[in-house]
Design a protein. Structure first.
Length: 106
């Protein structure tokens, strides 16, 4: 549970960093530009994006790339990291132990 919570908070921090980057760039450019998940991947390591696409189309299923994965890569980065991260952090949170008499009374 601790690992799940830590990974969740790392995803939330990544989402906050992404939306902060979008906001700073929008102030500089004068318009709001969304940083997509595909843009983030391309910025980190562009050749691997092409390799993954080729591997999925050849080895898994050619139809899988275009409707599913390409759509996910067009999702804003802060949503792509924020929703799963927030969910993981919330689902793996520490729950307060209830005392026996509190459970019994209500």
């Amino acid at each position: 549970m601790t690992v799940c919570r830590i990974v969740g908070w790392i995803f939330v921090a990544t989402a906050l960093a992404t939306i902060t980057y979008e906001a700073i760039e929008s102030v500089n450019a004068g318009r709001w530009d969304v940083v997509t998940l595909g843009d983030m991947w391309r910025g980190l390591h562009a050749p691997s994006l092409g390799l993954v696409r080729a591997a999925i189309e050849r080895n898994v299923a050619p139809w899988l790339w275009q409707p599913a994965i390409a759509t996910a890569l067009l999702c804003p980065g802060w949503i792509a990291f924020g929703v799963p991260g927030g969910s993981m952090a919330w689902l793996c949170r520490r729950r307060r132990r209830r005392r026996y008499f509190e459970r019994r009374l209500g």
